[in-house]
Design a protein around this ligand. Structure first.
Ligand SMILES: Nc1nc2c(ncn2[C@@H]2O[C@H](COP(=O)(O)OP(=O)(O)O)[C@@H](O)[C@H]2O)c(=O)[nH]1
Ligand SMILES: [Mg+2]
Length: 300
């Protein structure tokens, strides 16, 4: 494997090379460290989108990507929720839809399974984002389904986290977990064509204000018509600019470093194999998990 030449092809934006690089890194192929160390990491906005199923996350991704493409930006999309397909065909026009595949070199879509991760996010996500940066993308979007850990984890990966809600979430938001208030940089009130949207949005604004130092913006959108998408795009740029030299940026970098090191240290941990060994020894008198864990760590 000529990692150096692969890296150069990725940098040149060659679609096949980008896809290949992501697969190799995802599978942690020996030598991929050479590729990772060659990556030139730009400071383009990485936008995380989370929220309950059906709130309109994929529709918003679709609209945002379309908006940015029209402005001649290169857009990469990572979908961690493969159950909800995108509809980029419509966005790229009939000709491409008929061709049945995407030939727009300015758009790259990648699905990552959440399999093999510690929380809700795919374990290869940081590397995939950085490959996109190296490849010269101007905006990187990560859509994740907002259940369990993933909504908190996305905030450790994205520069700007959008939490998508709908007017009907009124009651839920009364009891919104403080965690969600903290991770949201921008609240999107989608489906604002529905009743109660304005009332709900002002309620959210109040809640956001109570949150003090981390005051999220609240933007109303109708993803099915594209209404509010330009305002949302502005809010994203604004937030990204405000964080470029803040302590938040360094906190985020430290968090990513922690993830990379944790992943490396866990690399030779095979949960399945360990479970088999444990089954044989766990019932022996005097068995102690701490002693066992210590022996295991010392070996590696
Ligand atoms: N009325 C209305 N429907 C919407 C809007 N945005 C998305 N939808 C619809 O809501 C459904 C779920 O959207 P989707 O983007 O797949 O949600 P996700 O599960 O959060 O990714 C789809 O049928 C969309 O067409 C909106 O602003 N208004
Ligand atoms: Mg979706």
């Amino acid at each position: 494997m000529d990692w150096q030449s692969l890296s150069e092809k990725v940098k040149a934006g060659e679609t096949a090379a980008i896809a290949r690089a992501i697969s190799l890194v995802e599978n942690n192929l020996p030598g991929c460290q050479i590729l990772l160390e060659s990556l030139e990491l730009t400071q383009v906005p990485v936008v995380g989108i989370t929220g309950p199923p059906g709130a309109g996350k994929s529709s918003i991704v679709n609209e945002l990507a379309g908006f940015w493409l029209k402005n001649n930006l290169k857009v990469a999309v990572i979908a961690v929720d493969p159950s909800s397909p995108f509809n980029f065909g419509a966005l790229l026009g009939d000709r491409l839809r008929m061709a049945g595949h995407f030939t727009n070199p300015n758009l790259f879509i990648r699905s990552l399974s959440s399999r093999g991760s510690l929380g809700g996010l795919s374990s290869g996500i940081l590397e995939t984002i950085d490959i996109f940066k190296h490849a010269g993308f101007d905006r990187i979007i990560v859509e994740t389904v907002g259940v369990g850990q993933s909504e908190v984890e996305i905030a450790g990966v994205a520069d700007t986290t959008l939490v998508v809600t709908v007017p009907e979430s009124g009651d839920e938001v009364q009891t919104l977990k403080s965690g969600v208030m903290e991770i949201a940089d921008v609240f999107v009130v989608n489906k604002s064509d529905r009743e109660g949207a304005t009332r709900f949005a002002s309620h959210l604004r109040e809640r956001a204000r109570e949150n003090g130092e981390h005051e999220a913006q609240v933007i109303e959108t109708i993803a099915t018509t594209g209404k509010g998408i330009d305002t949302l795009s502005n809010a994203i740029s604004q937030h990204h600019q405000s964080m470029s030299n803040s302590t938040r940026r360094f906190t985020l970098l430290a968090e990513k470093l922690g993830r990379i090191i944790a992943k490396r240290r866990m690399a030779d941990y095979d949960a399945e194999k360990q479970a088999q060994i444990l089954q044989q020894i766990a019932n022996k008198p005097g068995f102690n998990l701490y002693v066992y864990a210590n022996q295991f760590s010392a070996k590696s």
